[in-house]
Every structure is written in structure tokens, then in C-alpha cells.
Design a protein around this ligand. Structure first.
Ligand code: NAP
Length: 305
């Protein structure tokens, strides 16, 4: 029986772990490769307070693990398959087949950027392929990049990047953009932007780093290459909520609905970080969510057990 089962692998999960450990609670983090992937894929973090020279995602993740361990919180590297209830207790089924009983659960299970699933995408992750313009945009200052997608996220990122880069190609699979008109109008003001409509990315090419993409015209099927140093993929994302299907309330896009105490619709189950319905998905807001969830879980344990 543990006090808090923390499911996740990013800053929300590990901040919750640090707070739980310091409060003397018996907490365990259940981390899968997928959950930790997002933070580790950020080459340089420049907007996390306290690191004036920035820090790599890998190093920050490493530090978070060490800090949680220092306060006695163990990490179990095993995927959580399902979270359910057993009376007032929570039960967590992990990949090894074991079922763990916990008094509370913190879901810091994040969201995943949708992938293009084209050749070269995984190979050049962190070497020119990015899913976060705010995190990685400055590395492409004065260089040529492509943003893939036609929604608000793609255009908002293109607007952020177009002031940094030399040339920006916005590549979209249809002839019209999905993004709101205001973003489309703003993008028209960015002279260095070229729209490449009705094209799909077939391959991301490079040697050690990205140096181009192959695009196929959806009507004529002709393939062309454009030279770019960076590819920012913004074709939607989805929260990782399958493990709590029908246990907690989610919004129409699948993000977990919480109040400001990070309480979900299920008593004793909290959500923190990117998996929550929220406006700003950043490392710093994820860490704050984790701290609040941990504090509230402790209060819950004191009241109910
Ligand atoms: P989205 O609105 O679902 O747009 C995804 C875009 O990617 C669509 O244009 C889609 O094309 C394209 N796409 C999907 N799968 C693809 C594939 N396999 N290959 C190539 N293209 C693909 O997602 P989002 O832009 O991430 O936005 C998500 C939500 O957040 C939206 O509600 C949005 O309004 C909101 N948001 C708002 C802002 C803002 O600044 N206001 C910023 C970010 C996000 P099709 O159009 O052909 O389907």
C-alpha cells in the first residue's frame, strides 16, 4: 500500500514526487519511456526559471529524478496499463502484471504530439526535427525551416519563428488552412514565409542534422525537395488518457478536467501537467501543477485514511 502513486515522467510527476517525499509520504513514480520522452526531446530549455544559461531537457529530467530520489521516492520503470478503484483505494495495473494499491493517484501522463510517421522523423528528433517552436526556435535563428500543419498551433508557431528565421515554409496537406483568420492574416505580414499548400511530407532528409524535406503534391503526385535546417511538426496532439478511460471527466479533446486543486472528478485522483485542460502547457506550469496535486493528495490522505 502506498500513499501516492504518481504516473508520469516529466516535471509535473517529479515535482509531485519531490513534494511528497519531503512531506514524508510513501510515494512511487511509475514512469514509461513515452511519459519521459517529451522533456528529454527538448534540446535547450531557456524559459525555466533559475537557469540563466538554459538547460537541456535531458539534464533537467536527470536532475528531477535525482532530487526525487534524494527525498526517498522510488521510480518504477514500468508502463501503467490501467488505473481503477478498489473501494476507497486506487489500484494501478502495471505492465509487469502486478497490481499496486494506493491511497491517491496523481496523473501526470502528459500529451503526445502527433507524428508525421514519415521516414527520417525519428532519426532527426532533436537534430532538426522539433515539436516545440518556443523551446527550440532560437537554434534556427537566421536559418531556413519548415512548419508542418495548417491549424492554429502551426500558424502560432510559424508566427513565433518567422521573426527569427531567414526563410519559413508553411507546409499543409490541403489547399486551405484550418487556422483562424486572424492568425492567417498575421502570417501574411511575414515576408519570409512561403505557403506550400496541398503537399505532404514524404521524407525528412539529412546527414547528422536535417538538411531538407521531400514533399509530394497531392494532386499531381510530383515530388520536390526543399532545403531546410529545421522541421517543426504541428499536426495536432492528443492526451494520454487511455489508462483512465471513463474514470475521470475529460473535455471534448480528451484532456482531464480539474479544479484549481488539481482534483479530478474522481476523489483522490489528481491530474497535473499537460494532460489537464489548461491554457498554458509549459514546464513551469507543469511543475506548479505537480506541487499543488501533491499538497492536495496529502490533505486528502490526512482526511480519509
Ligand atoms: P488542429 O486544429 O487539429 O490542426 C492540426 C492540423 O494538422 C490540421 O491543419 C490538419 O490538417 C493537420 N494534420 C493533421 N494530421 C496530419 C497529417 N498526418 N499530416 C499532415 N497534416 C496533418 O490542431 P492544433 O493546431 O494543434 O490545435 C489544437 C487546438 O488548440 C485547436 O483547438 C486550436 O484552436 C488550439 N490552439 C490555438 C492556438 C492559438 O494561438 N489560438 C494555438 C495553438 C492551439 P487538416 O486541416 O487537413 O485536417
Amino acid at each position: 500500500m502506498i500513499d501516492i502513486a504518481i504516473v508520469g515522467g516529466g516535471p509535473a510527476a517529479y515535482t509531485a514526487a519531490i513534494f511528497a517525499g519531503r512531506a514524508g509520504l510513501n510515494a512511487v513514480v511509475y514512469e514509461s519511456e513515452l511519459m519521459a520522452a517529451k522533456i528529454v526531446s527538448i534540446s535547450q530549455i531557456e524559459n525555466y526559471p533559475g537557469f540563466p544559461n538554459g538547460i537541456s531537457g535531458e539534464e533537467l529530467s536527470d536532475n528531477l529524478h535525482k532530487q526525487a530520489e534524494k527525498f526517498g521516492v522510488d521510480t518504477v520503470y514500468n508502463e501503467v496499463k490501467k488505473v481503477g478503484l478498489d473501494g476507497i483505494y486506487k489500484k494501478i495495473l502495471i505492465d509487469s502484471g502486478e497490481t499496486i494499491k494506493a491511497k491517491t493517484v496523481i496523473l501526470a501522463i502528459g500529451e503526445m504530439a502527433q507524428k508525421l510517421n514519415c521516414s527520417g522523423e525519428n532519426k532527426f528528433l532533436g537534430k532538426g526535427v522539433s515539436y516545440c517552436a518556443i523551446c527550440d526556435g532560437t537554434f534556427f535563428k537566421g536559418r531556413d525551416v519548415a512548419v508542418i500543419g495548417g491549424g492554429d498551433a502551426a500558424l502560432a508557431s510559424a508566427l513565433y519563428l518567422c521573426h527569427l528565421v531567414k526563410k519559413l515554409y508553411l507546409v499543409h496537406r490541403r489547399n486551405s488552412l484550418r487556422a483562424t483568420k486572424i492568425l492567417q492574416d498575421k502570417l501574411k505580414q511575414c515576408e519570409m514565409t512561403e505557403l506550400v499548400l496541398n503537399h505532404e511530407v514524404k521524407e525528412i532528409q539529412g546527414k547528422k542534422f536535417v538538411n531538407g524535406i521531400l514533399l509530394q503534391n497531392k494532386e499531381t503526385k510530383t515530388v520536390k525537395r526543399i532545403d531546410v535546417d529545421g522541421v517543426f511538426v504541428y499536426i495536432g496532439s492528443k492526451p494520454n488518457t487511455e489508462i483512465v478511460h471513463e474514470l475521470v471527466k475529460v473535455d471534448e479533446q480528451g484532456y482531464i478536467i480539474t479544479n484549481e486543486k488539481m482534483e479530478t472528478s474522481c476523489p483522490g485522483i489528481y491530474a497535473a501537467g499537460d494532460v489537464r485542460k489548461k491554457d498554458l502547457r509549459q514546464l513551469v506550469t507543469a511543475a506548479a501543477d505537480g506541487a499543488i496535486a501533491s499538497f492536495q493528495a496529502r490533505q486528502y490522505i490526512e482526511m480519509h485514511y
